[in-house]
Design a protein around this ligand. Structure first.
Ligand code: AMP
Length: 420
């Protein structure tokens, strides 16, 4: 079904055509007609499903048809969890609004940068605000923004807003909005807090669940490579050089690791930059811009980059450190294989993380063989196989005794292994 059958205005269809979007994605097919009718929407969709366009087009059409006197009063408010997502969503809306007969002002506001330029830009009013919650409240307190005219509220990545501790800010923002408004609510997962918010916020919503199907599931080849923890940087270097990867996003667990791995790669003359929450906003923007423009080949990031970031043609994602959960795994690997392209997601698995990897695998319904790379075959073996001589399970990661005391069965097995 083409975009033209969804009830969109000619100027929005022109914008969609200019972006070369040929057919609506499943979430767009379901959400656009419902939202155009003014219904609340509760969308559960995987990352990369096209949800920005799904909420942006209907809200732009409503603003296109709104009375002239409402111009430059905030009518659409989009809340997002991270600064990067804020910019990405704001820019997508700007380009979709490019052909509207009446020009709409889209303001992008987020924390971590000086508030004054944002206040200056808000002078004279604005039509659409894309914001992270904390900075939005700061601007309201400085009287730079009034939210009493909002007719559409979008919560994008609601689960992540909670994960990042924005629940109190969300409550305060909601209390500033008019009761009568349309709510478009999107989340990848629905933990209890998110469900509770959806229940209080939404009125008779159209529920849309886009399960990953062969059409929506990007072609991501997932692979697991066994390697000793101490040799991961060497392996990464080898893979980058051997495969001539043009662009690779590498996930690590901590800011310190991001700095350290990037540093080691640079010493090996591979241009790499760290990306984490403690960098200045200017630096984060710069790293992303360089990465997107191919001036930078390798980014070593914490999970701050795992959600929402849309980097076209990112062929490879590497889990240098494994993610904490299966949900984080989905978000990380979703950075590749965007918009129908294919991608590769590699996970480094060492003796001390194999059990954790198997758990992620199980939750994902995967069964990946642990591959070995020539020259990087691991010397350490996985924890369950290791047994100290007295039959107590031995934790290879710490060199210590693992968990419980040995059971009778453990002792018998150990004795059998020693040939007693
Ligand atoms: P999102 O889920 O909003 O982050 O979108 C993921 C990517 O899909 C973005 O790069 C969009 O530009 C792209 N996209 C959104 N809608 C379409 C469409 N109908 N056809 C092709 N690409 C699209």
């Amino acid at each position: 079904m083409p975009f033209s059958s969804l009830g969109l205005s000619p100027s929005l269809l022109r914008a969609v055509g200019a972006k070369a979007y040929l057919t609506p994605t499943p979430i767009q097919l379901a959400a656009i007609p419902a939202a155009l009718q003014g219904r609340d929407v509760l969308g559960s969709a995987q990352t990369g499903s096209g949800k920005t366009v799904a909420f942006a087009l209907p809200l732009l059409q409503q603003l296109e048809n709104a009375p002239l006197e409402s111009l430059r009063r905030v009518r659409a408010l989009i809340l997002v969890p991270t600064r990067e997502l804020c910019t990405q969503v704001g820019e997508e809306i700007r380009s979709l609004a490019a052909h509207l007969p009446r020009s709409l002002k889209v303001s992008i506001v987020f924390g971590g940068v000086s508030i004054n330029p944002q206040m200056m830009r808000l002078r004279g009013g604005t039509d659409i605000v894309v914001a992270t919650p904390g900075r939005l409240l700061d601007l309201v307190h400085h009287n730079a923004l009034v939210l009493g005219s909002v007719t559409t509220l979008v919560l994008d990545e609601a689960d992540r807003l909670f994960d990042m501790g924005f629940s109190e800010e969300l409550g305060r923002i909601l209390s500033l909005l008019p009761e009568k408004r349309q709510n478009l609510f999107f989340s990848a997962t629905f933990p209890p807090a998110v469900q509770a918010l959806a229940q209080t916020l939404l009125r008779d919503p159209v529920r849309i669940e886009v399960l990953p199907t062969p059409q929506t599931q990007p072609a991501i080849a997932q692979r697991a490579i066994a390697v000793d923890a101490s040799r991961r940087t060497q392996l990464l270097r080898h893979l980058i050089q051997q495969n001539h990867w043009s662009r690779v996003l590498v996930f690590v667990a901590t800011k310190h690791a991001a700095e350290m791995v990037a540093d080691k790669l640079r010493k090996a003359r591979i241009y790499a930059e760290p990306f984490h929450g403690e960098l200045s906003q200017g630096k984060r923007t710069q790293v992303l811009a360089d990465f997107k423009a191919s001036r930078l080949k390798v980014v070593i990031a914490t999970d701050v980059a795992a959600r929402g970031l849309d980097i076209a043609q990112l062929p490879v994602v590497v889990n240098f450190d494994l993610p904490r959960s299966a949900v984080d795994y989905t978000h990380r690997i979703g950075r590749t294989g965007r918009a129908g392209e294919s991608g590769v997601a590699l996970s480094f698995v060492s003796a001390d993380t194999e059990a954790h990897f198997r758990l992620i695998e199980k939750r994902q319904g995967l069964n990946l063989p642990l591959e070995q790379m020539e020259g990087f075959e691991p010397l350490q073996t996985a924890v369950p196989a290791a047994m100290s001589t007295d039959g107590i399970p031995f934790d290879a990661s710490t060199g210590g005794i693992k968990g419980k005391r040995p059971s009778k069965k453990d002792k018998l097995r150990a004795a059998a292994a020693r040939g007693q």
